[in-house]
Design a protein around this ligand. Sequence first.
Ligand SMILES: [Zn+2]
Length: 368
Amino acid sequence: MPGTTLTQPTTRTVTGLADGRQLIYYDRGAAAPRNAVDERPLDPQTPGSQVRLDPATGDWVTIAAHRQARTYQPPAEECPLCPSRDGRLSEIPAEDYQVAVFENRFPSLAGPPAAPALEADGLWTAGPGAGRCEVVCFTADHDASFADLTPERARLVLDAWTDRTAELSALPGIEQVYCFENRGAEIGVTLAHPHGQIYAFPFTTPRTARIAARAARHRAATGRNLFEDLLAAERAHGERVVLTGEHWTAFVPFAARWPYEVHLYPNRRVPDLTALDESQRAEFPYLYLELLRRFDRLFGAGRTPYISAWHQAPTGQRDELALHLELFTIRRAADKLKYLAGVESGMDAFVNDVTPEDAARRLREAAS
Ligand SMILES: [Zn+2]
């Protein structure tokens, strides 16, 4: 299939894998034609997961028992995210690539929502695990990490996230698109190759639902937007601000849950990635790469495990919510990890061992 231009000069080439899953290459500048064919004998997967509503909390839970068989920490020479080279066939048929996105072979959510999507039996509401799960490969370099990328490559990843958000949001039944990266075995990453994931949910995630309720309450009480007030307050106070650009601000939140946690907001509020303007897009890579590099410097040598989570407004709630990125690590000292134990896992009540003000100061001092 011929490539189509997305936003100059990113080229997007849509192709497919042997079992029918979609694969999309994103390229900037000169790139070889992305026409390699997947030669692996793959059987189509039949995921059959389910979403269930917890009658007590109102939270959606995805039940995806088929994922137990997924690839777990393979040796580097069997990495499914490296390009296909030297007779070794991976998930990406090309010999090289810049950024590649494909449908997860072991998705938690897959397929269009059935009609009627949900069935209620008394207190029990459930439906098919409809939606889509994608894998985003940031680079063909197995040993790199996002922090090693050039600003140009980070921009290409941003373009890919934006394109996926636009396309997945438009699918029937999709309520929220979530782009994220887990980095480090400590986080539970099953593949070392630098990559992130995208979940297109058929529901609004529990955290976003709680945040939306707070924003609605703030609007009712003050007539103003919660996130605009929040960002203005942090910028005016300054003690927890880590990094500012012309178009973005990074700060440690007042009630941070994680030892080192940074929220990165565009100064002009937008609901999701598709609404960023060119000046915001152009500046993002520099601030984000700097934050990631500071995370890596926090504990001396070695890479800091982290979760990087894009918060985007659900498709039907674009008025009050604000696009932002939440970056946090479970590492609280060079040799100590924060585990979610009884208080956090049992009660959703976090105990943080580092004050947000100290965390912000250390992250400012870690500047390159
Ligand atoms: Zn690899």
